[in-house]
Write a new protein. Structure first.
Length: 323
């Protein structure tokens, strides 16, 4: 048995890529995308037809070059997402622009637009997760969207406060970033490697998972942003794990059996008291976590930077169509 086969017994495996061939190869249940992954995929000759189609649709919509570029990006997300859903049996995560991270109405409007584009292509909303940054504003947008049957994946999650607020908002799924948490603590420690059994990213996901299971929250936990196989192995049993193609490759070519590390029964031993956070309580609790405040802000900036690259690419493609 391979480690990947073993992991799939306990955990839903999700591919973290826009490369459809890589998704096809590893046969995950779900897939996640973001502007950076789509930008890379758009440069591949195999997906040139998506670029052409998105540019044509954007040109038909018309308006300013910026309006058409925004339309191009929406169309690209939906074209890639729809194609990915022909390969995976489950869901695909499609991201709302990072520039909307502090804009609740803007996030809701963009999510509705993306869902409408998917539905025009015959894709049911049950198969889409709208990916939103775990700011207070993003979590409130997700709460509203979930009530409309639009399911959400709250990303860039680093603090326990974010996890509590997401559960209270009844979001479908959260993506705590294991590797980025590890990176921050490693840097704080002068660059020294942290022993696997002391990994703060793994500890964060374990704590959140246990809290959710102990208090009966339906929100699922999807560990993300892995640096090595050890982090994945220590989270076997988590609801979902989203894994890059290179780590999926390693899991698929390594013989072995993974022991389940996270399970609902053991989660009952969680020492955390149940909390219900107001906005003030959320902001204070999150602010008290230096790692989380720094990594959330950095993540939004980086996601926005990636989106800008995609936007510049979109402008060039639209310009070719409209002259």
């Amino acid at each position: 048995m391979t480690l990947l086969e073993s992991l799939k017994k306990y955990t839903t495996v999700v591919a973290d890529t826009g490369d459809i061939d890589a998704i096809r190869q590893h046969r995950p249940q779900d897939a996640t995308t973001n502007p950076s992954l789509l930008y890379k995929a758009a440069q591949m000759p195999a997906y040139r037809h998506f670029v052409e189609e998105a540019a044509e649709r954007a040109a038909k919509v018309g308006g300013s070059h910026e309006d058409m570029a925004a339309e191009f990006i929406d169309q690209m997300f939906v074209l890639f997402g729809s194609e990915i859903l022909k390969v995976v049996p489950g869901r695909v995560s499609t991201e709302v622009a990072a520039s909307l991270s502090f804009d609740t109405p803007g996030t809701v409007a963009k999510a509705r637009k993306l869902i409408s584009l998917y539905e025009k292509k015959g894709v049911k909303r049950e198969r889409i997760l709208i990916k939103i940054a775990s700011t207070w504003e993003g979590i409130q947008a997700a709460n509203m969207l979930e009530q409309e049957g639009i399911h959400c994946n709250l990303t860039l999650l680093f603090s326990f406060a974010q996890a509590i607020a997401c559960a209270e908002a009844k979001v479908t799924l959260i993506s705590p970033f294991v590797g980025r948490i590890y990176d921050w603590y490693k840097k704080e420690g002068g660059g020294k490697e942290i022993p696997p059994d002391k990994d703060p990213g793994v500890a964060s996901v374990t704590r959140i998972y246990s809290y959710y299971k102990k208090y009966g929250y339906k929100t699922q936990v999807m560990g993300a942003s892995f640096r090595n196989l050890n982090q994945i192995e220590r989270l076997a049993g988590c609801d979902l794990l989203t894994i890059s193609p290179d780590l999926l490759e390693q899991l698929e070519h390594t013989e072995g059996v993974l022991q389940r590390k996270l399970d609902p029964a053991a989660a009952q031993a969680s020492k955390d008291a149940q909390l219900h956070l107001t906005e003030v309580g959320f902001r204070w609790m999150h602010n008290e976590d230096a790692m989380a405040t720094e990594k959330l802000a950095e993540g939004i900036r980086n996601f926005n930077s990636d989106a800008k690259k995609l936007e510049e690419y979109a402008l060039s493609q639209v310009a070719e169509k409209v002259g």
